[in-house]
Write a protein that binds this ligand. Structure first.
Ligand code: PMP
Ligand code: GLN
Length: 380
């Protein structure tokens, strides 16, 4: 039977492919981004306590009030932005759901969507399913800065949305104050909306400021800002995220969310709301991950890989051009099968095949995991 696929070019995600390959070959898995250290036992106790107290039925569609209020408070304290928990904050089943719901809510058939490349892999299929047209703008290699002139060139009367991601997966780049100024100038006087994927807001290094769209009123008024507690609390398997957006945009967002998942795990939402009172947990993350990055870099310093500076996220890009001429997909496969370390080949995050000879490694790992991986990388 002809299934008439709506996503004929889409296969299994690279995260599943590389994690599976790593398991098959017993490789150390630095591919898919997830921590291999435990969640804070205090947070687990809270989930369990809420379950025992009977918080096991559907949560309100927009999220439990306690969590929406805690998110509002955190956003105000960190970014000086005021979002009304009643009408402007929605809890979602991970950042992924928030991204999909925002795109589905506002992209109509034939609308153009600016996508900076490399782009996290869930954006383009969501745009395609909404009937939108992705318009690709590669970032400048190797520093992965945004070429705003190219963005301006590729805008048209049909541009509906610009998708941004800061700190950026897979490159580790972060937007600067100058980027925010450029973006503000570009969208002024237009109806262009922004979808800002900020799931790594707390994983940013060397004293850099996270330039959330929520900080800047001109941008916040046209933005969906997406967060994820999976990254913040080392619990990627819990799938709790959120979307901040002005009331009109949140209303449209919720129309999709209510039929996509309706609501998100009730006891986990309550536990996260309580845990957010311990601000030191997320305020300590930049230093925690900066130390991991620095440790990983010190371990691979004597290898034949060359590091591309990472300013945020728990990913490190390593250039392998001194080692091999292979395409990143082939080299990543060989490194997993024979070298014993799995990584992500970033070319999969581009529309047109790229040959930049870099791989992405996740350093959200115990020091001993990083040590074992680096020992293998140094032998390549
Ligand atoms: N955006 C980016 C850039 C990510 O790296 C991730 C992590 N997988 C997500 C969104 C999705 O977040 P979540 O796991 O909360 O769905
Ligand atoms: N965000 C994670 C990464 O970039 C993986 C997410 C997933 O497996 N879908 O590695």
């Amino acid at each position: 039977m002809n299934t008439r696929s709506k996503l004929p070019d889409v296969g299994v995600t690279i995260f599943t492919v590389m994690s599976r390959l790593a398991n098959e070959h017993g490789a150390i898995n630095l591919s898919q981004g997830f921590p291999d250290f435990p969640v804070d036992p205090g947070l687990i106790d809270l989930v369990s306590a809420h379950m025992k107290n009977g918080r096991n039925q559907y949560a309100p569609m927009q999220g439990v009030p306690q969590l929406r209020e805690a998110i509002a408070l955190k956003t105000k304290e960190l970014y000086g932005a005021v979002y009304d928990p009643e009408t402007e904050i929605t809890v979602t089943s991970g950042g992924t759901e928030a991204l999909f719901a925002a795109i589905t809510a506002v992209v109509n058939s034939g609308d153009e969507v600016i996508i900076l490349e490399p782009a996290y892999d869930s954006y383009v299929p969501a745009v395609a399913l909404a009937g939108g047209i992705p318009v690709f703008c590669p970032m400048r290699h190797p520093e992965y800065s945004v070429d705003w002139d190219m963005v301006i060139d590729r805008l048209s009367s049909r541009t509906r949305l610009i998708i941004l991601n800061t700190p950026h997966n897979p490159t580790g780049a972060v937007l600067s104050a100058a980027d925010i100024d450029a973006l503000t100038g570009i969208v002024a006087g237009t109806d262009i909306l922004i979808l800002s994927d900020e799931v790594y807001e707390h994983v940013i290094f060397d004293g850099r400021v996270h330039h959330s769209m929520s900080r800047c009123p001109e941008l916040a008024s046209r933005s969906f800002v997406v967060g994820s507690f999976g990254k913040t609390f080392h619990a990627t398997g819990w799938k709790v995220g959120y979307c901040l957006a002005p009331a009109g945009l949140s209303e449209e967002f919720r129309k999709v969310h209510q039929y996509l998942t309706f609501a998100t795990s009730t006891p986990v939402q309550h536990a996260i709301a309580d845990f957010l009172e311990k601000k030191e947990t997320y305020l300590g993350l930049p230093l925690f991950y900066q130390r991991k990055r620095d440790y990983f870099l010190s371990l691979v310093r004597d290898s034949r890989f060359t590091a591309i500076p990472s300013a945020g996220t728990y990913f490190q890009m390593l250039d392998y051009s001194l080692i091999s001429d292979e395409r990143d997909l082939d080299f990543a496969r060989r490194l997993t099968v024979s070298g014993g370390v799995a990584s992500i080949p970033p070319s999969v995050f581009y529309d047109k095949p790229q040959d930049k000879k870099v791989l992405r490694f996740c350093f959200a790992k115990k020091n001993e995991t990083l040590e074992r991986a680096a020992e293998r990388l140094c032998k390549i």
